[in-house]
Design a protein around this ligand. Sequence first.
Ligand code: F6P
Length: 362
Amino acid sequence: MKIIGMLTSGGDCQGLNTALRGVAKALYEVWQDDVKIIGFLDGFRGLMENDIRIMQPRDFSGILTVGGTILGTSRQPFKQMLDPLDPLRDDSPTKLKAMVETANAHQLDALVVLGGNGTHKTAHLLSEKGVPVVSLPKTIDNDLWGTDITFGFQSAVNIATDVIDSIHTTATSHGRVFLIELMGNKAGWLTLHAGVAGGADVILIPEIPYDLDIIIEALEKRQRQKKKFSIIAIAEGAISKKEADMSKKERRDARMDWHYPSVAYKVAHDLEQKTGQEIRVTVPGHYQRGGTPCPFDRVLATTLGTAAASLIQKETFGYMVGTRQQKIKAVPLAEVAGRRRDVPEDDLLVQSAKALGVSFGN
Ligand code: F6P
């Protein structure tokens, strides 16, 4: 009997259930009754506290198109669940030990971990401790090192683009400037792709710090062209050039004095003050992470899920299954952990948007 553990960790996204289904169905197909799947509930919390659900083949039916995660999730443990005995340590060995003990107690033949950046740090630590980990890349942010794309991203791009499309019509009617704040605290992939797909006039992402005056120039240029409205797609993690020169702490402290719920409101206020134009803000927030995975993500999550099952059958552990140039690629967890894939300034889409006249505020 093979015993396989599964967990989903970090912020949810579309395609998690699809991927779980892909792994499970492929394992049942080969091992049939000789495989037992244990679901650890709410991510690493379930592994730490041995909170489990014994899965049956029927649990993986009917979930191909279902958003969220049937296993539940929580943020990765080292920041939010500090060891009370050693609160200053971010990588509390006690918690890691608890997780390893649970994995060993179940005599896991493999532990399938679905997650983003934070998750992969923990997955790597577990792997170093001998837990047979295989991981899958999920996040709407698309910022995981070692893969060209993560599942969840394309579904979020579709939703964010729909939002921009809808805002376009009302912005046109009223001749207003709209800021649409999209998710992406550290990486701007979602804002970049949705911004280009939705025809945004200005795209502001964390990787390219903005200068308010340059944004104003872009808006004025549109006014001179007799364009009554403008659309600014702004990532929630966008920062100004001034902020880019500050340390992380200085930036955090400076933002403590803000009276704005988020960056879009701050930029909207500053623009209104300086231009006198009527500005509105739309923040779709977690709506971008919800609902059914788009067909692209269903295909991607299924392909990656079955590839993970195949690694498990070959007893190849310590890898994340990603894609590189449209091919499946197993990447060592050591390579993925602690690294982020940001939008490079020479990114093809950035260049293409610039060629159209889109301003990045820099
Ligand atoms: O990492 C995915 C993500 O949706 C980010 O884009 C966003 O900054 C963050 O999660 C939001 O986290 P939470 O769901 O904890 O509010």
